[in-house]
Ligand binder design. Structure first.
Ligand SMILES: Nc1ncnc2c1ncn2[C@@H]1O[C@H](COP(=O)(O)OP(=O)(O)O)[C@@H](O)[C@H]1O
Ligand SMILES: [Mg+2]
Length: 386
């Protein structure tokens, strides 16, 4: 399996790791599992890493140095800019203005940050993101401010928080005027948008790696969400990288991007949203035998050349917290008894709330979709027994 539709340019120059007066090569704004898995890749390359996260025992802080602090605290963000040569994000929620002012306070310029603050600003407001797609002619649902939804879009339509939504927490489908009215308080008390409902056949995702000199895409994956949370990711058999790349270009994005897409019954590919960072739909790449999304992310942030993207078919099943105590050890034992070549990842979260992403299982090779689900079922059975 290889990432199709790659646009190649010859890397120019040799930017990369060099000795400067920073204590750390790489800083992460956020210390969850995405930062942790990126740090694991960075450490393989001998890089020293630092993360900022409000939780004292965040997944990233367990494996590298960290600064405890609020992600919207400009002084704390500035500290990361002072201590690290290159900086990246693990979520899109820190207001871009805070990042820009912290960067200035630390005496740094835009070149140390991937993705850049302007791109982040375009992505973190979902209405502005949609407007970027519309201007660039990238297929995407029409979106308006929430109060105009009923009149301009009719029913059904989808209401979404413009800022800060994740795992479906800021997304509601309304079928009637009464349904919209029932949510009025929600969409009037904060900025929300309304957008056209897409009767999609399936959801897809493409990880796009775009530097100033090279662009590569991971294979197009199908993603299955349960209760709005991604549950299963596997090869889709089609190539949606062209539309995904156009979406990244529409927000002038450089770095690693997870592009979520809809495929309609007629095969049309429509952009849902972009995440400017590693993405759940790319976790398969940890165990597919080729370069991982995390390694590409680190290379993009440091300006290192990218790897060509080739690997085996691989399926990822998310481990979503079940809200019950249990034993990881018994879980992994049961998973491996059931599917000996499965790879179990556990994020070391201090709390495993119901539905929260606490780990994932990858299975590469033949029958990977059925086997990943089998391994996951076995994992939870074992976990509960422990
Ligand atoms: N316009 C839409 N039409 C139909 N379903 C949608 C639409 N927008 C979102 N959804 C559904 O809701 C899920 C969550 O919405 P999304 O915009 O991706 O927000 P989040 O930031 O929570 O991932 C999507 O994965 C998809 O299943
Ligand atoms: Mg989404």
């Amino acid at each position: 399996m290889s990432g199709a539709c790659n646009k190649v340019a010859i890397p120019s120059g040799t930017s990369g790791v060099h000795l400067v007066s920073f204590r750390y090569h790489l800083g992460f704004l956020g210390g969850g599992q995405l930062a942790r898995m990126s740090i694991m890749s960075a450490q393989r390359m001998g890089l020293r890493c630092l993360s900022l996260d409000p939780a004292a025992d965040s997944p990233a802080s367990q494996i590298a140095n960290s600064v405890p602090g609020d992600l919207t605290d400009s002084d704390k963000v500035a500290e990361i800019f002072r201590q690290c040569e290159f900086i990246t994000l693990e979520n899109e929620f820190i207001p871009s203005e805070i990042i820009t002012s912290a960067m200035k306070e630390a005496g740094r310029d835009e070149s140390c940050l991937t993705p850049g603050a302007p791109t982040l600003g375009m992505i973190q407001d979902k209405l502005v993101q949609r407007e970027c797609y519309e201007r660039a002619g990238v297929p995407s649902p029409r979106a308006v401010e929430a109060h105009l939804g009923s009149e301009m879009l009719g029913f059904p339509h989808v209401l979404k928080a413009r800022f800060g939504g994740y795992d479906g927490k800021g997304t509601r489908t309304v079928k009637t005027q009464a349904g919209s009215d029932a949510l009025r308080e929600t969409w009037e008390s904060a900025p929300w948008l309304a957008e056209g409902f897409v009767p999609f056949q399936r959801e897809l995702a493409v990880m796009v790696c775009r530097s100033r000199t090279e662009t590569w895409c991971f294979p197009t994956m199908e993603t299955v969400q349960t209760n709005h949370v991604c549950d299963l990711v596997f090869p889709s058999g089609i190539d949606a990288s062209e539309v995904a790349l156009r979406a990244v270009e529409a927000v002038q994005g450089f770095g690693l991007f997870g592009v979520e897409l809809f495929e309609t019954a007629t095969g049309e590919i429509i952009v849902n949203e972009i995440a400017p960072r590693p993405h759940n739909s790319g976790h398969f790449s940890l165990d597919w035998g080729g370069v991982s999304q995390f390694e590409q992310h680190v290379r993009l942030t440091l300006g290192l050349p990218l790897s060509r993207i080739v690997g085996q078919e691989c399926c990822m099943a998310n481990l979503l917290g079940i809200g019950e105590p249990g034993s990881f050890e018994q879980g992994i034992r049961a998973a491996v008894d059931s599917v000996p070549h499965c790879q179990v990842h556990w994020y070391g979260k201090s709390e495993a709330k119901v539905g929260r992403k606490v780990g994932h299982i990858n299975v590469a090779g033949r029958d990977c979709v059925a086997l990943a689900q089998r391994a996951r079922n076995a994992f939870w059975e074992g976990f509960r027994l422990g």
